[in-house]
Design a protein around this ligand. Structure first.
Ligand SMILES: [Zn+2]
Length: 338
């Protein structure tokens, strides 16, 4: 009898371990004994605690970090599927609360798209707890509190900026033989105006703005022999953002080597004659902040065309915008406060 080797104090636990070993041994054909078979090997008093530590997932003992959240995801997709209900609910709640914590902590630095993605995944995690038959009343209470906090964060979060794709404004195909592929990371953003009066577009429909953008593309491709519209993004006076030249290609908006790794953004309008609308400035700030976040571009690399070469672009009413953005508004603080 294996139990005869167990020191008196641990005999009850030893019996359980022996029984389990026999059970698993017979089920799995296990060849490795899990209990000592020699009488002179004492079982330490800490055995039960050690056994628990070995079965508890390692992430439980880590402080909150992205690495911990990743470890939980890996565990949930693997050995966690066979874990107890309590552990699986703890994993789901820890993951959702972690994402919510990081969304709240980083909200000033995050693009709206990233912030919303974090809030979405936190909300989805809390929903899984609420709908799971494995959750307890306490788990569900925690999940409901979490969802309340997600909703509070969302109220303050700016909406992710929608970008109207080329297909929606019926762009002509690019001419790759006249284009230069972008190689390496984007590291600058340059602001332009179209230099065409856009006052009439302040109440325009999306398709009227699309007509204006197609005519810029025609001018650039047919008259100037470019491979495509010069800018990567265009913004109309209503604040709609249109995808311009694909980011696969270097732009053709800043002159020669200034185009290297330089994202071009054009506001429709002649800002020597008119002021940019508030809607277009809001969209510009959001787009610039989103692109900076995505490509890791510092705010002091946001410039107006006239800072790279002698030109009136982007017009006297928009000229101060890049400087003001660099001067602090570009930290995202204003966006987050909205
Ligand atoms: Zn320009």
């Amino acid at each position: 009898m294996l139990s005869s080797f167990i020191p008196r104090g641990n005999r009850g636990i030893g019996l359980k371990i022996s029984a389990l070993a026999v059970l698993f041994g017979s089920l799995l054909g296990c060849t490795t004994p899990t209990t000592p078979t020699r009488s002179y090997e004492p079982i330490a008093r800490s055995t039960p605690r050690t056994t628990r530590k070995q079965t508890a997932p390692e992430w439980r003992f880590r402080p909150l970090s992205w690495e911990k959240l990743e470890a939980i995801e890996v565990w949930m997709a693997g050995s966690g599927r066979r874990a107890s209900n309590a552990l699986r609910m703890e994993a789901e709640l820890t993951l959702a609360r972690g994402r919510l914590t990081f969304a709240t902590r980083d909200r000033r630095q995050l693009s709206p798209a990233t912030l919303n993605a974090r809030l979405d995944s936190a909300h989805a995690g809390f929903s899984r707890v609420l709908s799971s038959p494995a959750s307890t009343a306490v788990d569900r209470q925690r999940a409901r509190e979490g969802q309340g906090q997600v909703a509070a964060q969302r109220k303050q979060a700016p909406k992710a900026l929608g970008i109207i794709p080329r297909s929606s404004w019926k762009a002509s195909s690019a001419v790759p033989s006249r284009l230069t592929p972008n190689r390496g990371a984007w590291n600058r953003l340059t602001v332009h105006h179209s230099a065409e009066y856009a006052g009439l577009l302040r109440t325009a429909s999306s398709s009227e703005s699309a007509d204006a953008i197609r005519s810029i593309q025609r001018y650039h491709v047919q008259d100037k022999n470019y491979g495509d519209i010069a800018y990567h993004f265009l913004i109309d006076p209503r604040g709609r953002v249109f995808e311009g030249r694909s980011m696969r290609w270097q732009g053709a908006h800043a002159g020669g080597n200034n185009n290297v790794h330089n994202i071009g953004i054009c506001l429709l309008g002649d800002f020597d004659r008119e002021s940019p609308s508030q809607a277009s400035l809001t969209a510009l700030e959001q787009l610039v902040t989103q692109l900076r976040s995505k490509h890791g571009i510092s705010s002091d690399r946001v410039v107006g065309h006239g800072e790279l070469k002698t030109t009136a672009c982007p017009g006297r009413h928009l000229r101060s915008w890049p400087r003001s953005y660099r001067g602090g508004r570009g930290t995202g603080g204003r966006l987050a406060a909205r």
